[in-house]
Design a protein around this ligand. Structure first.
Ligand code: 2AM
Ligand code: CA
Length: 265
């Protein structure tokens, strides 16, 4: 079995743990507003670390529930797994869908493999650098529609200073006037996959952690889309960033970057 297949198998296993959950309660409050963690986040992460270190023993790990937010020097060379065991924890607690498992592999600090699995709808998104992006083994392509004929997904960034979420909503109105409409799923990893699969033309969130976007970046780029920060700069994959994930149609139309005066990061 190749590395991608082993990672997919681990993601299917993580999905079984998520689907087996009952009586979900937040077990600890993390810092910031609405920043929850449940015992399942830790259970899935432990499971994934075991499976993935067996699949690629030389790799290092950056994982959400370890609390490490930034890249260490050793992660800049060789292979690094960047894991969000459950992306969309608030959704998970409320049985609102989707929630996903997100597993990225960085090679020398750049996206190399992305696997994102939504166990509730059995949607397996994956990509490997240079080999295309797939949803349940069917190749996917990001949309050629312009912004005016696209849906836009937003992230609300509820965990940070009030002005950051206010800015997210102001940008929502700015995009609403230029697109078909706005959507909010609650899982950034899933939203990036939705841009990759052609359902959504653009996704933005003012501040995301590396594990929220590392796997999605690989999937989106392999599907022909573009991922940058809010100013259109390439991502550095070293820690938190604003995220703008756009389809080729939206990029080709121009004027899709948020106006600088509305941005608070
Ligand atoms: P999570 O569910 O894994 O925590 C929702 O706005 C998106 O933002 C989710 O993908 C959520 O991931 C992510 N997110 C970004 N920063 C976060 C933070 N500090 N705390 C919780 N979720 C965060
Ligand atoms: Ca998470």
């Amino acid at each position: 079995m190749n590395l991608l297949d082993k990672i997919k198998e681990a993601a299917y296993g993580a999905g079984e743990i998520m689907k087996s959950a009952s009586g979900i309660r937040p077990s600890e409050a993390k810092s910031g507003h609405a920043n929850f963690v449940t015992k399942y986040d830790a259970l899935v992460q432990d499971y994934l670390e075991k499976q993935l270190s067996a699949a690629l023993p030389e790799a290092t790990f950056v994982a959400e529930e370890e609390g490490q937010e930034v890249f260490k020097e050793e992660d800049k060379t060789g292979f690094t797994f960047v894991i969000d065991p459950i992306d969309g924890t608030s959704n998970f607690m409320k049985a609102w869908r989707p929630s996903t498992t997100s597993i990225g592999v960085l090679k020398d600090g750049k996206p190399y493999i992305g696997v994102i699995y939504d166990p509730y709808m059995d949607r397996m998104f994956c990509a490997e650098k240079g080999k295309g992006a797939f949803l349940n083994n069917v190749q996917i392509h990001s949309s050629e529609d312009p912004l005016s004929r696209s849906l836009v997904c937003m992230g609300t960034a509820p965990y940070y200073e009030e002005e950051v979420s206010r800015s997210a909503f102001l940008l929502g109105h700015w995009y609403l006037l230029r697109s078909i409409d706005i959507r909010r799923s609650g899982s950034a990893a899933f939203d990036i996959c939705s841009v990759a699969a052609g359902n959504i033309g653009l996704f933005y969130e003012p501040r995301l952690c590396l594990w929220d976007f590392a796997a999605g970046a690989c999937i989106l780029e392999e599907a022909g889309g573009k991922i940058t920060d809010f100013y259109g700069n390439p991502l550095t994959y070293t820690g938190k960033s604003s995220i703008l994930a756009a389809s080729p149609g939206v990029v080709a139309g121009g004027d899709y970057l948020p106006p600088k005066e509305l941005i608070r990061l």
